[in-house]
Ligand binder design. Sequence first.
Ligand SMILES: Nc1ncnc2c1ncn2[C@@H]1O[C@H](COP(=O)(O)OP(=O)(O)OP(=O)(O)O)[C@@H](O)[C@H]1O
Length: 238
Amino acid sequence: MTALAIDNLSHGFGTRRALSEVNLSVEPGSFAVLLGPNGAGKTTLIALATGLYNAQHGDIRIFGHSIRRDPIRALARLGVVFQMPTLDLDLTVGQNMAYHGALHGLSRGEARERAGEELGRFGINDRRDDKVRSLSGGLRRRVEIARALLHRPKLLIVDEATAGLDIAARQLLLSHVRSLCRGGLSVLWATHMLGEVEPSDRLVILHQGTVRWDGRAGDLAPNEGLEAAFLRITGGPS
Ligand SMILES: Nc1ncnc2c1ncn2[C@@H]1O[C@H](COP(=O)(O)OP(=O)(O)OP(=O)(O)O)[C@@H](O)[C@H]1O
């Protein structure tokens, strides 16, 4: 069953059209990159996929469950890291994890155990009792990804999680999520950074609210190169 199926999705704000007839699917266990310049519609698409608001047209299903008609089952299978950080800076890492666990109906013991597993996989279990405020930007993003996985979702959507991070922190975050993907997690990774795309990735290029390319990244422009192809598709530097 498709991990994320977006059918004919359209949405606007007043007279501004943010998404027009977007179709997109993420297969189970695959790493899909949603690539688009500023204002392409990536965050709007993710807000609709996570049920923050309802789409004006179209349908979104997560492992077969419609976000509109069956949101509880759909959201149980979904982990999200939003573009804007959402950790409580005055709580410790462990307290942030526990709060998320409670929202998903985990007992304190379960939440504690799973937090240990997820933070451990990321090498940050020793920061569990530290206030989030004392962590670097890269560590905070690692905590957010660990937290998004606490309820064991099968699909992870990440919106520009590497923005503002240095190159080492960016690579570490991305390689961790890629390794989770090899373990069976399905991932939709939204970014405007071409350097985060690998030839084997499924690549969806969004521009001005419409899908301009959908296929294996390596097939986009074997001769031209990704950057030149991206600029051609999105109309060049703005
Ligand atoms: N709440 C809103 N009210 C009005 N217009 C909005 C709103 N949210 C987004 N838009 C508009 O919708 C379009 C798509 O914006 P969106 O934030 O989804 O793009 P994006 O690809 O995530 O961009 P970025 O990379 O800059 O975050 C833009 O034209 C934006 O100005």
